[in-house]
Design a protein around this ligand. Structure first.
Ligand SMILES: Cc1cc2nc3c(=O)[nH]c(=O)nc-3n(C[C@H](O)[C@H](O)[C@H](O)COP(=O)(O)O)c2cc1C
Length: 156
């Protein structure tokens, strides 16, 4: 449709807040490219909502080198072709061990639902096992997340 502003859904799970910060940074990047983002906790999202969006970004803390269970469960619950025609990406704060593996896992789950997947971003933040909040995402990693939002806006 001519002139329609594109829409993106940024879904995330968080325990100590870092993935929420990351989700907001991705949303800022999308907004800077005139895409309208909706940022939402994955627990509050329904699979049928995804149909309303052109792009999807999914964020999870790294848990045992994987995405959090609630994130995996949501992505696996989607219809096989739920993301057909959409562009998607993923991001994951991690304390220091295998954040990229969690990002790749989310990428595979998105691809299996037929999304066109852009390589995601892992950013160091937080404490091991999230026993306390730990260090915040660094400024330069915030910029990488904003760039991810811009890239998604461009490809989506
Ligand atoms: C059960 C559990 C497992 C975790 N496993 C990993 C891990 O494998 N690698 C890692 O670097 N961090 C791991 N973490 C730490 C979190 O990824 C890190 O603290 C992250 O910043 C938390 O994000 P949040 O504030 O959005 O919850 C784990 C945390 C929990 C609670």
């Amino acid at each position: 449709m001519l002139g329609r502003k594109k829409k993106a859904l940024v879904l995330y799970h968080t325990k100590t807040g870092h993935t929420a910060d990351a989700a907001k940074a991705v949303a800022r990047g999308l907004e800077s490219r005139r895409v309208r983002p909706t940022v939402k906790r994955i627990k509050e999202a329904r699979p049928d909502e995804l149909a309303d969006y052109d792009m999807i970004a999914v964020g999870s803390p790294t848990r045992g080198a994987k995405p959090a269970r609630v994130v995996k469960r949501f992505l696996k619950s989607l219809d096989k072709k739920a993301l057909k025609g959409k562009t998607a990406t993923s991001f994951s704060p991690y304390a220091g061990f295998r954040g990229k593996a969690a990002v790749r896992r989310m990428g595979r789950l998105l691809r299996r639902r037929k999304a066109k997947v852009l390589r995601g971003v892992a950013v160091k933040a937080g404490a091991p096992l999230s026993l306390w909040k730990g260090p915040d995402i660094r400024e330069k990693d915030m910029r990488r997340l904003e760039d991810l939002g811009r890239k998604l806006a461009k490809k989506g």
